[in-house]
Design a protein around this ligand. Structure first.
Ligand code: CTP
Length: 438
């Protein structure tokens, strides 16, 4: 039997005011159209647990596509619809997004089956989900706004801090849930329920991953690598034999674990120092570099082929691995700022983060100095100055400007004296003229 209580106050506290009132208004539209609408899934779970989460998923008992179009019209939002899946995404002017889905009622109805007696579509939708903690719903129709609906004991399991499946075949139906169970257990510091743990072990033993499309595994692996502490999830993956299943023969020793920890620190350093670059940085790739560091290239290729990474991402990863391998010894023997700068100038963020994690402390320090300071040095002289000094524009221009930049990086020129930089530039230009007309 479902338990009811009201979480309106929690919603009000957790959500920015605009988002809260959008949800209220969506509930009003549902009411007017005679539909029931509910917040569901991870959002509700995190609302109850008290973790920040603005990924709003709404389920309607009815056609979410028609409903979303109506909401979009009335509230002035854009809408993307996916007819085939009966889902839609609303995009509001302030950039807020809300996903909507139709409660799925078509659940395995065989011809001879007894007619199902009036199970609410919402309940059937929630029944198909992975863990009880993900089955909570909150009604948003105005008459019952904020009513928490708990068909499967999700609230109890949150209180007991347990990850529990809804039924014994859950991992068999979808083995990627093995990865999700360990991810959620780590994130919330929950335990697996006793029965759930037994089912998980059986699913691993039966090697069910073999039956799953690589990209679905990769999707969940990526979610793990985007968690705050992937190492802690990986320790569990190792303990349950999942790691050996996914990456046969992979080295997973003290050194690799230490590298994961160093990557975590570098990622934190990067997020703090480069908030503007953060949204475009693929932090999960940095962890993949750590995971595959020191493995023979052929084996890495096999791992990646099994995961069927998007071609672009696969090439990028292999390229980053190669560059890291080549750069590391050169960085270790460098002894001037300008050398570090020239080696790293064109390195993408992911490579800088990885190199700062994998290299010895003094080198790591220098990698970070390149990232935070040296690469941003702007000479106070320009191509126009070179022209004024009498050279015709050509490739040599950028070469000369780079030399000025390197001299500033090495402390041979003051960063703030145009006069001294110009004098140095003149020497360089004279040398070029000398070279051209000896
Ligand atoms: N789900 C599932 N089985 C899966 C993946 C997802 O049952 N293999 C269900 C879960 O119940 C989940 C919902 O689909 O609540 C949405 O999935 P997703 O967005 O991946 O997860 P969230 O619960 O939102 O988790 P996160 O906080 O990591 O985004």
């Amino acid at each position: 039997e479902p338990k009811f209580r009201n979480v309106k106050h929690l919603l009000k506290k957790a959500l920015p005011r605009e988002l809260y009132s959008l949800i209220e208004r969506i509930g009003e539209v549902a009411q007017e159209l005679g539909l029931n609408a509910y917040l569901v899934g991870g959002f509700v779970r995190d609302l109850v647990i008290g973790r920040k989460n603005f990924d709003i998923d709404i389920v309607v008992e009815g056609d979410a596509v028609t409903f979303s179009k109506e909401v979009a019209k009335r509230l002035g939002a854009k809408v993307h619809t996916f007819e085939r899946f009966k889902t839609a995404t609303l995009i509001f002017p302030e950039g807020l997004r809300i996903d909507l889905a139709s409660a799925r009622t078509e659940l395995y109805r065989s011809p001879g089956a007894l007619p199902e007696v009036d199970t609410a579509p919402l309940k059937k939708d929630l029944m198909r989900r992975d863990f009880t903690i993900n089955t909570l719903a909150v009604k948003i129709n105005p008459s019952e706004f904020g009513r928490l609906i708990d068909f499967f004991g999700g609230l109890r399991d949150i209180k007991e801090r347990k990850i529990r499946v809804l039924h014994s075949l859950s991992f068999v139906e979808d083995p990627t849930r093995i990865l999700r169970a360990l991810r959620f257990a780590t994130r919330y510091r929950f335990e697996l329920g006793r029965h759930t743990e037994r089912l998980l072990k059986m699913a691993v033993e039966r090697k069910l991953f073999k039956t799953v499309e690589g990209q679905r595994i990769y999707h969940e692996l990526k979610q793990i690598l985007l968690e705050e502490n992937p190492l802690r999830v990986f320790l569990k993956l190792d303990r349950y034999g999942v790691l050996a299943e996914l990456f046969p023969g992979l080295r997973w020793d003290r050194e690799k674990k230490d590298l994961f920890e160093k990557v975590r620190k570098s990622v934190i350093w990067h997020k703090l120092n480069f908030p503007k670059l953060s949204p475009d940085t693929d932090y999960h790739l940095v962890y993949l570099l750590a995971l595959f560091w020191g493995e023979p290239e052929n084996r890495v290729k096999e791992y990646l082929a099994a995961l069927t990474l998007p071609g672009k991402e696969e090439r990028e990863l292999l390229n980053l691995l190669k560059r890291a391998r080549e750069l590391l010894p050169r960085l270790e023997s460098a002894d001037r700022n300008s050398t570090y700068l020239s080696l790293l100038e064109s390195a993408p963020e992911e490579l800088l983060i990885f190199l700062s994690a994998v290299s010895p402390p003094e080198v790591s320090e220098k990698v970070r100095e390149v990232a935070t300071r040296l690469r941003y040095i702007k000479p106070l002289v320009s191509g126009n100055d070179i022209k004024a000094l009498g050279l015709k524009p050509g490739p040599v221009f950028s070469e000369l400007l780079r030399r000025v930049k390197y001299a500033v990086a090495d402390g041979e020129l003051p960063p703030d004296s145009r006069e001294e930089q110009l004098a140095y530039l003149k020497e360089l230009v004279d040398a070029v003229k000398e070279r051209n007309n000896p």
